[in-house]
Design a protein around this ligand. Structure first.
Ligand code: AGP
Length: 590
């Protein structure tokens, strides 16, 4: 997820563009840049780093211009660097583009353009766009732009300017958000409303396959496929700035929970890399998942998943791995490090130690170009977009998706399961976003349950096998944002001690998918009920109801109501779920 912005009007564009970028930084912040047209020439300023740093070094007062485009990046293709930062230009510096999204056919387009003599400077998918416009340009910027956009596959919100027609910004949208802010003698374009709000509340919302011609006095919107003009209704933004930054949600955490369907979908974009890496993993005798916190729970799911397919593996918290398990590591081992930030000190240290012992290291990461990705042999990106809330939610769904795909392909490559079954489950994964949305649409029921239990000071979470990690993750969530004591146990362990703690009214969250252990879980639930515990079942006919799903994928679905449940308990206890006490988003110290 990145942020794009554009301005055309009577005021000085650079200042306005940097202000707009600042308000889009929640969408990505590893590099940024602006491009303005000044005296028939294009001035581009971009670099790795945050918007303020780049604004500082750009020296806005030096650039006099009334039109420009800008971009703040969340890297997907090509790590954060000056050359990969947007804006990107063609060979002649005559066409400049910023883009948010993923161009899925960029490799083929790039190959063809290079064969026809185009020279590329970056590793990004985006850079194919200005070169396509250059190649298609004869006498109309709009015609060349539209023809170039029609060649793209994937998702995009694009803005482009050209020295050949310096009075207009051309824009196009498919799947990635894009809006136009209508001013007086000036117009704005942006990925989201926070960038527009300080200048105007009147907007036009671009839909998929719309493209637009934006000058300071006029906005025309047309259909990319037919070229026909489209009449759009002007809308007025009602949100405050704060609300707008969170997309109207009260907290980033809730916004990110509601992005969990997209997190699953985005993680499947790495399916080709995952399939290739699975082949590599068959060459190692022992596999270790290594991570911290929520990422560790994802690794534990990986262990249970591989065991389901009779492939032995271990999941170890990084702070233990680096001082103990690492002594058993050698070149026969594959270490799979999982990390949203790619900067967690214990995970980085574990990976360095494992590499010193000759192990192969794969990392499953959200932040492209983070330290972990640079010290690993291979990386699988989850493409979850920036996760702002300290408590990890959508990134966990991205990790689970990547690990499930990896486990399936590894089992298929090892001859443990048929590829038909792999493809069957992949179809189910593709249907998962819709099932997650069904749970999210049931938020009111989950809120009601949270209201009933908001004053409880201790919770038990129990699950078996693949859903023991779900129990651990559910307990961690409520601990870290509600400051409530919560314990997670393998359900079969209750009678080996914890049962002594159960008494009237103690909530026990039981994760019970419709699988071969359903009856076993039922008896654990009865044991708890007999001690007058308050039982909350997560399952197809549970108190936290879940849609029907192959039990193999239940961890990717059953955690969603538990994320929402923990969020609402936190809010009902008067806490700020986005900024829990004592915690940091990325624990870069030991
Ligand atoms: C999860 O909600 C916590 N914020 C924390 O446990 C986190 O998962 C852990 O610190 C690991 O972070 P990483 O994924 O960035 O490595």
């Amino acid at each position: 997820m990145c942020g794009i912005a554009g301005y055309v009007g009577n005021r000085n564009a650079p200042e306005i563009l940097f202000d707009m970028l600042k308000r889009l930084e929640y969408r990505g912040y590893d590099s940024a840049g602006i491009a303005c047209i000044s005296d028939q020439d294009v001035v581009i300023f971009k670099d790795r780093g945050r918007v303020d740093e780049i604004r500082e070094s750009a020296g806005c007062e030096r650039i006099i211009s009334d039109i420009g485009i800008a971009h703040t990046r969340w890297a997907t293709h090509g790590e954060p660097s000056e050359c990969n930062a947007h804006p990107h230009s063609d060979c002649t510096n005559g066409f400049i583009v910023v883009h948010n999204g993923i161009i899925e056919n960029y490799r083929d387009l790039r190959e063809g353009l290079m064969e026809r003599g185009h020279r590329f400077e970056s590793e990004t998918d985006t850079e194919v766009v200005p070169h396509l416009i250059e190649e298609l340009y004869t006498q109309s910027f709009e015609v060349a732009f539209r023809e170039a956009i029609k060649k793209l596959r994937g998702s995009f919100a694009i803005a482009a300017i050209s020295i050949h027609e310096p009075d207009k910004i051309l824009i196009a949208r498919k799947e990635s958000p894009l809006i136009i802010g209508l001013g007086d003698g000036e117009n704005f374009i942006a990925s989201d409303t926070p960038a527009i709000l300080p200048n105007t509340r009147r907007i036009l919302i671009m839909d998929d396959f719309d493209y637009g011609i934006v000058t300071k006095d006029r906005v025309k919107i047309k259909d990319i496929r037919t070229g026909d003009e489209i009449k759009k209704k002007i809308q007025t933004i009602q949100w405050s700035m704060e609300q707008a930054e969170r997309g109207g949600y009260p907290h980033f955490m809730l916004k990110e929970i509601f992005e969990e369907p997209e997190a699953v979908k985005n993680a499947t974009k790495a399916i080709k890399e995952i399939e290739d890496i699975a082949k590599k993993l068959t060459g190692y005798k022992r596999i270790y998942f290594v991570a911290c916190g929520t990422a560790y729970h994802a690794g534990l799911l990986g262990k249970y998943l591989l065991e389901r397919f009779s492939i032995p593996s271990e999941a170890v918290v990084a702070s233990e791995f680096r001082y103990s398990t690492v002594n058993t590591i050698d070149s026969d081992c594959a270490v799979i490090a999982i990390s949203q930030s790619g900067e967690t000190a214990d995970t980085l240290a574990s990976v360095k130690e494992a590499k010193n012992k000759g192990a192969y290291v794969l990392s499953i990461v959200n932040v492209v170009g983070s330290t972990l990705t640079r010290i690993s042999d291979d990386n699988i990106y989850t493409y979850s977009g920036p996760e702002i809330a300290v408590a990890s939610t959508k990134a966990y769904l991205g990790q689970l998706t990547a690990i499930t795909l990896l486990g399936l392909y590894l089992a298929g490559e090892s001859g443990r399961i048929e590829m038909d079954y792999v493809n069957e489950i992949i179809d189910d994964i593709n249907n998962l976003p819709g099932k997650i949305r069904q749970i999210l649409n049931n938020e009111d029921e989950i809120k009601k349950l949270a209201r009933r239990l908001a004053n409880k000071n201790t919770f038990f979470y129990i699950g078996r096998r693949l859903n023991y990690p779900t129990a651990l993750e559910g307990a961690l969530k409520i601990k870290e944002i509600s400051y409530v004591h919560a314990e997670a146990y393998p359900a079969g362990e209750l009678k080996h001690g914890p049962l002594a703690l159960l008494e009237d009214g103690i909530p026990v969250v039981a994760i019970n998918p419709n699988d071969d252990l359903f009856r076993k879980m039922e008896s654990n639930i009865q044991e708890a009920r007999a001690r007058k515990a308050t039982i909350i079942v997560v399952g197809e006919s549970g108190d936290l109801k879940t849609p029907v799903i192959d039990p193999l994928l239940s961890p990717l679905l059953y955690i969603v109501p538990l994320h929402l449940f923990a969020y609402h308990i936190s809010v009902l206890r008067g806490l700020d779920p986005d900024k829990p006490r004592n915690l940091a988003k990325s624990v870069t110290v030991e």
